[in-house]
Design a protein around this ligand. Sequence first.
Ligand code: FES
Length: 151
Amino acid sequence: MAALAQELTIGEVARRAGVATSALRFYEERGLIESSRTAGNQRRYSRSVLRRVALIRAAQSAGLSLTAIANALDNHPDGSAPSAAEWEVMSSQWRDDVERRIDELIALRDQIASCIGCGCLSLAACGLLNPDDRAGSDGSGARYLMGGEAL
Ligand code: FES
């Protein structure tokens, strides 16, 4: 019976974690958190869910997808929460992901800058339409019109 006192209702988790109950149900549907059910089919969460929800929110703030977060939590399929050391490793990897996205956004910004005042919308010349010169590597001629991939 003492173990039950350690369990939290969905309302308690929502209040303590600062998220809506609908968010908790969504996280659970996506496999990010788990609950047990009472005889009356009400959700009960272990206290470790608070740390998992905090981690999920932090990761979302860093722009990670729920899939990426779920992958990170795969090492804790029992619903336990990552330790401080594990969180340090995760957040370090996510920092690297953020830096990679910053680099991609800077490149995108520079490509957009070349479009400002241009107006060509050329499949061959515009970096936004052909970022890796895909058309050029497919051969000469009107590749998109011939291959069915129209503008
Ligand atoms: S519109 Fe001309 S380079 Fe993008």
